[in-house]
Design a protein around this ligand. Sequence first.
Ligand code: AMP
Ligand code: MG
Length: 432
Amino acid sequence: MPAQPTPSVLSFEEARAVVEKHASQIVATHHESCSLLAASGRILAEPILADRDFPPFPRATRDGYAVRASDLKNLPANLRVIGEIKAGPVEPIPSLNSGEAFSIMTGAPVPPGADAVVMVEYTSVRGDSVEITRTVSARENIVPQGAEAKRGSVLLERGTRLNETAIALAGSVGKAKVEVFSRPRVAVLTTGDEIVEVDCQPGPAQIRNSNRYSLAVQIERVGGIPELLPIAPDEPKRLHELIEQGLHSDLLIMTGGVSMGRYDLVEQVLTDLQAEFFFTGAKIQPGRPVVFGCLRPCGAEPCGAGTPAREKPAPCKYFFGLPGNPISTMVTFELFAKPMVEALSGMRPQPLVFLHAKLKSDIRVKTGLKRFLPAIFSGKYEDSHVELVPWQGSGDLAAQAGANCYVVVPPDRERISAGEWVPVMLRWTTPM
Ligand code: AMP
Ligand code: MG
């Protein structure tokens, strides 16, 4: 009987903590320059600093009149209008004295001497003057210079994923190009004698290789470059060869062959390759037989858990063995592999956090496993709710296609009643 790893089946939280610990030890180093638009979804490899104060001048936030608040003690007040300031004036703006007002537009610089802006709604023009019918407090309708950010302050940290706000912020400080981390290469190795390519006509008991595609999409979404290997049969020699091939990538993700069946050979072959296993299962459903570990391609020392990667330059290649059932593959990628792909992409570790939604129909499950059950989050505006989709278990891709989230059921809950608030893990519906 070939050697097998010592089984260590962890609770979901323990397994996740192991992944997060390893993810936090990864130090991404390769980076490249990228034009701002092309950087959408990429991870910043440099901090973005404010190149000047934000706003660079005291900014009016309303159309109206720039005034001295102390001139509006007695209402109605009549102030002499000495000019108009629109957004982006080129000439220096003269100071405002007591008894005077400037007509001013939203986004324009407030003149020296003024300390408030009265909204145009509370004013009426009387020849060269303006009559004001409402008081203002000092600083009202003005954002002071530097209130949003001081020149030189960090606006975006290294390790931030660039979404539309981050891209806008980088643009606002003049970064037409940004340094982003290079995308990690993630090998996808699907295993199983029954698995055939999607463009094949399968035999009666053969299964098309859908996992390769779901994984490729999930990897791309979190910033990796999927590298698709040929299907590995349930045969140790070829499996061994393909695993070694996968170790040329930055991360190896396998599917299938990690359950307890006689032909589930992945763990055995990894053991032969001197793999170190961090866990060989998690108490979740779907996805219980998930495996996480590391391999040193050239037989160097194993990567001891708790040893920071930065102290050991020899690359430890992390791998995941995800269960082959399509929904198990997707769930375990989301829960465990995603943080590693993100870390290899240079992203700062993010805690996993669930939203809450009101349950529409009762749930009954067996206790003992934390469940991530395909569900539909629906409703309209504030009136939202969540409901499980009927499914035939973790192979039911058709049911999953009608779902848009997972309801998270804690391992000690046997029954959850309609109307209760339940944790929900949303599925990505749009590309980054
Ligand atoms: P395994 O984890 O190898 O025991 O496989 C569990 C189930 O998932 C079996 O019904 C497999 O046929 C199915 N399966 C395994 N690999 C894939 C794949 N790449 N694409 C679709 N289904 C798969
Ligand atoms: Mg199999």
